[in-house]
Write a protein that binds this ligand. Structure first.
Ligand SMILES: NC(=O)C1=CN([C@@H]2O[C@H](COP(=O)(O)OP(=O)(O)OC[C@H]3O[C@@H](n4cnc5c(N)ncnc54)[C@H](OP(=O)(O)O)[C@@H]3O)[C@@H](O)[C@H]2O)C=CC1
Ligand SMILES: Nc1nc(=O)c2c([nH]1)NC[C@@H]1CN(c3ccc(C(=O)N[C@@H](CCC(=O)O)C(=O)O)cc3)C=[N+]21
Length: 368
């Protein structure tokens, strides 16, 4: 059936994938413009890094070019390069691991437990293993069939809890539905909970004057990106969309710890667009492809898109491509900075897992 003009228009409006040319034009450009959020002149990043330097190249337009306001903003948007920052972080971790190995002979160890045969989980676990190898972390992997029992998983956790070579334990989520996720996450000893999912860790994250042993990797990665791109958080209005235990809720707690004023939008929020439009900083962690449209975004806002959603794409060899929760194509016309999907928060999650594993090995061995 031939598409009617209306259907075609709808298709166009909903095509929110990052257009490669726009993304390339936007990349590495300085943040200017009247609406942008102020960027800090100095930052306190986690790993004593050399900050990513922004290459300041102004776009050159011929005098005959017609530049609309939207196009001009698009050219000034900074794409937050999670892949590059994650690589910098991994290099810093690698140097620290070498220093620790050389001085006390300890190599950090990370154990990953995967239950079932979800393809996406298998991919993440493979990526984590690769990242561990390059960073100099020893990885221990257990893959159990979907029909394993809770007791089997608990037994592996207990063995890893007692193993002095293992400094971090990660149970890949989601677990099969017949398992009690809370019981299993609770079984990981808090000193090795590099995911930061243990209720005690979350409780400490929520309390003033307390410090959690580990900060959950994805929210920690989001904040690290804001720091390394000098985005001022203190005093800003932040909106987190999503309130899951592993992303939305800890992300909101972290932003609050950084002195932002935080609102949380969830599935029962009646006016999500209105609330989100107030925000200087948006963290979207929903799992709904392209949900956040351009009209939801205040001009100059900074957007961290956590969503990883596979959408069908026959032109892609995998048969699908990944898109975020934010309609990228529209957002780059309004925002001052944005993370792409892929290449934004995802690589940072893995880098922060390595960081937490190193932190754990240092703490257990009292290595400064
Ligand atoms: N980049 C990375 O490293 C990672 C990416 N992800 C991705 O992030 C996304 C979120 O993951 P996760 O937090 O685990 O997902 P969950 O499904 O656990 O949580 C989704 C949250 O979004 C809220 N929500 C659902 N629909 C709406 C809506 N229409 N409007 C507003 N809020 C809504 C839910 O609200 P309610 O609480 O009311 O149900 C819930 O709090 C996914 O795409 C996931 O793949 C996840 C982990 C790591
Ligand atoms: N215990 C536990 N801890 C987790 O941290 C955890 C989990 N379970 N279950 C699933 C989610 C999801 N998650 C991702 C990690 C990396 C990418 C990542 O590297 N993504 C790449 C793309 C990868 C691709 O192309 O498939 C990117 O965004 O550039 C994505 C998602 C961790 N999670």
């Amino acid at each position: 059936m031939a598409s009617s003009p209306i259907t075609m228009m709808k298709m166009k409006l909903n095509n929110c994938s990052p257009p490669s040319t726009a993304a390339a034009a936007a990349r590495f450009l300085p943040l200017l413009g009247p609406h942008q959020i102020r960027f800090r002149s100095s930052v306190a990043p986690l790993y004593n890094p050399s900050f990513p330097r922004t290459i300041i190249t102004r776009p050159t337009f011929s005098s005959s070019s017609i530049i609309t306001a939207a196009m001009a903003n698009e050219a000034l948007v900074k794409v937050i390069d999670g892949k590059k920052v994650a690589k910098d972080v991994r290099d810093e971790i690698n140097a620290e691991i070498t220093r620790m190995k050389d001085s006390i002979g300890v190599v950090p160890g990370l154990a990953v437990i995967l239950v079932g045969d979800r393809k996406d989980s298998a991919t993440y676990v493979r990526n984590k293993k690769k990242a561990c190898e390059t960073a100099g972390i020893k990885s221990y992997e257990v893959c159990l069939p979907e029909n394993s029992t809770e007791e089997e998983v608990l037994k592996y956790i207990s063995d890893f809890n007692d193993d002095p070579m293992v400094h971090g334990i990660l149970v890949q989520l989601p677990l099969p539905s017949h398992m009690d996720e809370e019981k299993i996450l609770h079984a990981v000893c808090i000193e090795k909970d590099v995911d930061g999912f243990h209720p005690l860790n979350i409780g400490q994250l929520a309390m003033r004057g307390r410090e959690p042993l580990f900060i959950p990797c994805t929210p920690k990665g989001c904040i690290e990106l804001l720091h390394r791109y000098n985005v001022e958080i203190k005093g800003k209005k932040a909106v987190v969309i999503g309130r899951s235990n592993i992303v939305g809720m800890p992300a909101a707690l972290l932003l609050q710890r950084e002195d932002a004023t935080v609102s949380i939008v969830h599935s029962r929020t009646t006016n999500p667009e209105e609330i989100t439009r107030e925000a200087d900083i948006i963290i979207a962690a929903v799992g709904k492809p392209n949900m956040v449209r351009g009209s939801w975004i205040k001009p100059g806002a900074v957007i961290i898109d956590v969503g990883i959603n596979p959408v069908e794409d026959a032109t892609n060899p995998r048969g699908y491509r990944l898109v975020g929760d934010v309609c990228y194509e529209e957002a780059i016309k309004v925002a001052s900075a944005i993370t792409p999907v892929p290449g934004g928060v995802g690589p940072m999650t893995i880098a922060m897992l390595l960081s937490n594993t190193l932190l754990s090995a240092k703490r257990i061995n009292n290595f400064k």
